[in-house]
Design a protein around this ligand. Sequence first.
Ligand code: F6P
Length: 380
Amino acid sequence: MSRRPTIGILTSGGDCPGLNAVIRASTKSAIRLGYDCIGFLRGYEGLVEPVNYMPLNAQNTAGILLQGGTILGSTNRGRFTALVGEGERVRIDPALLEEVAVTVRQLALTGLICVGGDGSLGIAQQLHEYGIPVVGVPKTIDNDLGVTAFTFGFDSAVAAATDALDRLHTTAASHERVMVLEVMGRHAGWIALHAGIAGGGDVILLPEIPWTFENVCRKVVERDAVGKRFTLIVVAEGARAPGGGLVHAGTGDCAGQVKLGGIGEIVGREVEARLGREVRTVVLGHLQRGGAPTPFDRMLATEFGAHATRLVHEGRFGEMVCYRPPDISSVTIAAAIGRLSTVDPHGSAVQAARALGIGFGDDEDSCFGGGGAVVPSRKV
Ligand code: F6P
């Protein structure tokens, strides 16, 4: 058993690029402050029977800055689940909370750094309320946490989606096809918006802006009319189908929530049927969640990790690090959870996109220079 004070770290929920950078930064900075570190395996599951952890040190965290995923493993299933977003949260079984408290006591942890998205931070808050000394670090590729300007993982996901669009661009142009790219974004369309703009998309469909097939098709026809016989459509998995709800992929559930997917295929099929054009649909899926973090995400994750260790050192439990440009600071976890950040339909990024002629499938598209094209309103 170690005689130095010890900090525990865990990564919870869906993985994302930058988790290892947090682990490395927290560990390296903790060692310099005189702590030992241990990492719990498979998220919160590692805290309860059979308790599962590994030592973290200078040797086994060396070289992980650029590795995707998490060396500690993670899960968004299991005994600890909490609903994401607003509304009633799932309460964790008090017996489970007590098991965590026992583990923390037995290992004499000074503090526990919990790295996770909204659902995982909701669990951290329940641990905090139970008297367990936790500190939070926000992560999600979806960038939908309200109190931080950016979460790490988002920039890497946008880079992957932009790369996919770059590749789709050349093949779409060669074959004069409509290409639909479905990207992640359960509650918010940040990935679709940023990659759509950065990757030269022509139509971006978001959960935040209701859209119609007529308007999507109109954009394709308008482009045809000016000799641009291909169109790139980017759609967030959480974009509701017109007149319908969220599109689910199978029956699996994610932390109490259904698995999304399939809206891209619906858009592709409908455009093909209405316009008689060749359409291909690509679902980017977990390719946008895997792989190395971008330099921005390495930087943000490193600052988050070091700051989280400092919060433990200063005894500021129940707080979560956040990025409020230009500084890294902290807020209470209680104030952070359940506050989703969604795309502002009137925000500057959407306005800039509209000014360039990018469509969002709504009636405003035609206010920005389009609107002249006649499109079939029913299937042909
Ligand atoms: O919350 C991040 C996210 O990437 C969502 O965009 C997506 O719906 C979900 O995770 C998928 O998670 P998994 O495939 O791990 O269940």
